[in-house]
Write a protein that binds this ligand. Structure first.
Ligand SMILES: [Zn+2]
Length: 102
């Protein structure tokens, strides 16, 4: 039975490491794109191809936060389905919450 438990612990640790790696990537992108960082996904505004060349989309969550074009499209689709992602679930929240261990 302990084999099953060890397996479970191993899988849990793997997932935690994966999450930490994703957070590190998000943090790096946050710094790289500066004020042109999309807080929703950690990508570039308006897009990776045209960083800072024109404004991004306004988030439907508050009508004032600028997000990238892809997130703008995603929010439009989410809205149609009535499942708009709240700001407390955006990528930037993970960066803020976990900034100690980066
Ligand atoms: Zn985005």
């Amino acid at each position: 039975m302990s084999g099953i438990r060890d397996n479970f612990v191993e899988k849990f640790q793997e997932k935690a490491k994966m999450r930490a790696r994703i957070r590190n990537l998000q943090m790096k992108e946050h710094l790289v794109f500066g004020k042109y960082t999309c807080l929703r996904c950690g990508g570039a505004i308006p897009s990776f191809e045209r960083i800072g060349q024109y404004p991004g989309a306004l988030s439907r969550t508050d009508n004032k936060t600028e997000i990238c074009s892809d997130c703008g499209s995603n929010e439009a689709l989410e809205c149609m389905r009535g499942l708009l992602t709240a700001q407390d679930r955006w990528a930037i929240q993970d960066v803020i919450k976990n900034s100690d261990d980066i």
